[in-house]
Write a protein that binds this ligand. Sequence first.
Ligand code: MG
Length: 160
Amino acid sequence: MRVGIGYDSHRFAEGHGVLLGGVMIPAPVRCTGHSDADAVCHAITDALLGGAGLGDIGEMFPDSAAANAGRDSIEMLALAVARVRASGWAPAQVDVTVIAETPRLGPHRPAIRERLAAALGIDASEVMVKGKTNEGMGWIGRGEGLACIAVATLTPSRRT
Ligand code: MG
C-alpha cells in the first residue's frame, strides 16, 4: 500500500461561488487561480501523484501552459488517476479537509463525494470531505482564501 499527501491553497476574490471538488458552492467570493482553482481537486491530485511516486500537479499540468488556463480540475484529476493506474497503483480511499471561514461545506458534502468518487473510480463511501474554520486566525481567518489538505491511499492496480 502507498500513502500520499497533498496541500493546496487559493486566494479569494469577489465572486458568486467557490468551486470545491467539482461542485460550485454559492458564496460572496470565488477562488482565483490559473485553472478553475478547485483546491480540493488539486490537493487530491497531488496526494495521488505523490503516493505513486509520480511527481506533482505542477509538473503534470504546468501553470505556464495556456492549455491549463481555466481548465476543469475534475478532468485533471481523472487524467492523474489514469497516470497513477498506468504506473501500477490505484486510489483506494481519499480523505480531505478544507480550511475556510466561508463557505460552509456541510450541505454540499454528498454531491462533492459523488463527483470526486466518479473521477477517482471508487465508491463515494471511500471519499470523505470535511470542512473546518481556522477560528478566525491568520490569513484564512481574515477571509483572504482557503486551504485544503488531502490524504490518499493507493493499492496495486490490476494490469490492463
Ligand atoms: Mg491549486
